[in-house]
Design a protein around this ligand. Structure first.
Ligand SMILES: *Cc1c(COP(=O)(O)O)cnc(C)c1O
Length: 382
């Protein structure tokens, strides 16, 4: 029996709908109590730090670099294998992203290559936990300390990611999370910046709202405020925060389902010829299990489109993380002149991988079906 298995699907139920209705009825759509509650709940959930709710992960990254006054004279180390937002946030400040290739074992940035990419202009390290698998943050922080660099964790796929028992985003100076619909939880659009530094949280809270010195609730006279710094409008709305509060209550359940689904799918795919899985961390270092990406052997690379089409015909939704190394996208290629032979590992992952769903919209049976469909698709298109 053919199934219909989307790659990602937000789980929105009665609690979210009711929370949205209540928020709309309250008449308070921004600057309200829900955003503050959500920030507190998120930091509590992560086990520490200060959370600043923003309009997206990209906004959070941009806000962070803007706050650091990173500009045209500066460079930021960025993994080649990531979402374009990771690099765009650097470009938007007029600074230069310096791309570093991935490692085959996990798809994360190859930490052995960081030191050669550092120059006197380097200000920050941008770390991405690829597909939710944590980067070795002890090594990253050692490099950062040695070269006096700021560490920004792009945690868009890392809600639930732990490195040595501590949540992603709390290892570096700042961590930016995404609540885009296919991520681990959603607020429609939205994001949060988590930071260990209270003074950074305080500044970002001002800069996400025009750099105004007191928001609506803090004004002694209505309409009277001063502007003490430059800022954006990168706020999260009360409706988004209300959805986020409900989603957070379900996070543990979402993560358990993901982890169970991943384990079943990985077991089903064990020993299948011509596909390789990324390494799975263990103990108190944990993946958030965003998806299960299989990497096809080189000789099957040309058949990827056909395999994906066969899966699609069987009702299995897939994706590719990410469709090209960021430096190979046209904007970056044309600006910086990267050739096709650069960043070979990231390029290989882009060309040869298929991301399979493990989200909480799926159950054990679906995982077996996905595995069987993939095995059949490979045999058909070999
Ligand atoms: C999805 C994603 C982003 C962008 O998140 P938005 O909330 O849509 O801005 C940034 N970085 C990574 C690694 C992502 O996967």
């Amino acid at each position: 029996m053919k199934r219909n298995i989307p790659f990602g699907k937000p789980i929105i139920g009665e609690p979210e709908q009711q929370a949205v209705a209540e928020t709309l009825a309250s008449g308070m759509l921004v600057h309200g109590p829900r955003t503050t509650q959500f920030e507190q709940a998120f930091a509590e959930w992560a086990g520490g730090g200060h959370a600043v709710a923003v309009s997206s992960c990209t906004a959070g990254l941009h806000l962070t670099y803007f706050d650091l006054a990173i500009g045209p004279a500066d460079e930021v180390i960025v993994p080649a294998m990531t979402h374009t937002a990771t690099a765009h946030a650097v470009e938007l400040c007029g600074a230069t992203p310096v791309f570093v290739d991935a490692e085959w074992r996990t798809g994360n940035m190859d930490l052995d290559l960081i030191e050669t990419a550092i120059t006197p202009r380097t200000r920050a390290l941008s770390i991405v936990h690829f597909l939710g698998v944590p980067v070795a943050m002890d090594r990253v922080n050692a490099i950062a300390r040695q070269h006096d660099l700021f560490v920004v964790e792009d945690c868009a796929l890392a809600i639930g990611t732990l490195f040595q028992g501590r949540h992603a985003g709390l290892h570096g100076d700042v961590g930016c999370f995404s609540f885009y619909p296919v991520k681990h939880m959603t607020t429609g659009e939205g994001g949060v910046v988590l930071t260990r530094h209270p003074e950074i949280a305080q500044r970002l809270t001002r800069k996400r709202a025009f750099g105004v010195d007191r928001h609506v609730g803090e004004r002694t006279q209505p309409g009277i405020y001063d502007v003490t710094m430059l800022g954006f409008n990168y706020r999260m709305s009360e409706v988004e925060a209300a959805i986020g509060l409900e989603q957070l209550k379900r996070m543990q359940g979402f993560l358990s389902r993901r982890s169970a689904n991943y384990a079943i799918l990985a077991e089903e795919l064990r020993g299948v010829p011509d596909v390789r899985l990324f390494a799975e961390p263990n103990g108190d270092t944990r993946s958030s299990h965003y998806c299960l990406s299989v990497v096809l052997e080189e000789r099957l690379a040309a058949s990827r489109a056909a395999i994906v089409a066969t899966l699609s015909a069987a009702g299995v939704g897939t994706s590719v993380y990410y469709p090209a190394p960021v430096p190979h996208f046209r904007y970056y290629r044309e600006k910086y002149g990267f050739g096709e032979d650069t960043f070979p590992v990231a390029a290989g992952i882009s060309r040869r991988s298929i991301a399979l769903p493990v989200g909480p919209h799926l159950v054990e049976d679906d995982m077996v079906y996905i595995a069987d469909s993939l095995k059949r698709a490979i045999i058909q298109n070999r």
